[in-house]
Design a protein around this ligand. Structure first.
Ligand code: GAR
Length: 199
C-alpha cells in the first residue's frame, strides 16, 4: 500500500478529488495518510477531517523554509508517507525537502506548463490572450512549476472569460487528471527519462 500525504493552503478541492478517487477505488494500492495545511483556517483541513482523514496545521511563520519543511517531513515520515501531493500548497519547497522525497512529490498547476508558472496562472492566461489553457500535473524539482510532466489537459478560453470563469473550467479538468496522475505514479508503470515520463 502506498501512503499519500497531501499539502494544502486553502480550499482543498483537489485534495477532495484525490480522496474521493482513492475511496472510489480509482487509485488502486493507495491510501491517504495525512493532510497538512500551513494555514490554520484553510477550508480544506475541515473537508479532510469530515472525510475521516487526519488533517493537521503546521505554521510556517517564524521558521526558515527548511525548518518548516523538516517539520512537515517529520510528520509525513511518522505516518510512513511514500508520496506527497501538493494540492494548492502555495509555498515553495526547500531543496532539502525535494531531495528527501526525490521523484515522490507531485504538483498540480492551473496552466499548460511551461506557460504561466507562478501565481495567478489563469489571470496570466487571460491577460496574455491565449485561446487555450489547461492544467499540468508534474513531478516537483528544485525549480518553480518545472519538473517532468505526468499529465496535462487542455481547455478552451472563451470570449468574455474572466480569470474566475477560466479557473472554474480548468478546475474540472484538474479534478479529473490529478487522480489519474497519482494512479500512474502509484502503479509504478512508468519511467523517467530526463524531462519525460514514459508510460
Ligand atoms: C488549484 O487551481 C491549483 O491548481 C492551484 O491552486 C488551486 C487550489 O485549489 N495551484 C497553484 O496555483 C500552485 N501554483 P484547491 O485548494 O481547491 O485544490
Amino acid at each position: 500500500m502506498k501512503r499519500i500525504g497531501i499539502l494544502i493552503s486553502g480550499r482543498g478541492s483537489n485534495m477532495v478529488a484525490l480522496a474521493e478517487a482513492v475511496s472510489g477505488g480509482k487509485v488502486p494500492g493507495a491510501e491517504i495518510a495525512l493532510v497538512i495545511s500551513n494555514i490554520e483556517t484553510a477550508a480544506g483541513l475541515e473537508r479532510a477531517r469530515e472525510r475521516g482523514i487526519e488533517g493537521i496545521f503546521l505554521n510556517h511563520k517564524g521558521k526558515t523554509r527548511e525548518e518548516h519543511d523538516r517539520a512537515m517531513a517529520a510528520e509525513l515520515h511518522r505516518r510512513s508517507v511514500d508520496l506527497v501531493c501538493l494540492a494548492g500548497y502555495m509555498r515553495l519547497l526547500s531543496p532539502w525537502f525535494i531531495r528527501e522525497f526525490e521523484h515522490r512529490v507531485l504538483n498540480i498547476h492551473p496552466s499548460l506548463l511551461p506557460s504561466f508558472p507562478g501565481l495567478d496562472a489563469q489571470g496570466q492566461a487571460i491577460e496574455y490572450g491565449v485561446k487555450a489553457s489547461g492544467c499540468t500535473v508534474h513531478l516537483v524539482d528544485e525549480q518553480l512549476d518545472h519538473g517532468p510532466i505526468i499529465k496535462q489537459a487542455v481547455v478552451p478560453v472563451m470570449p468574455g472569460d474572466t480569470a474566475g470563469s477560466l479557473s472554474a473550467r480548468i478546475l474540472d479538468e484538474e479534478h479529473r487528471i490529478y487522480p489519474e496522475a497519482v494512479a500512474l505514479i502509484v502503479s509504478g508503470n512508468y519511467r523517467i527519462d530526463g524531462r519525460r515520463i514514459i508510460e
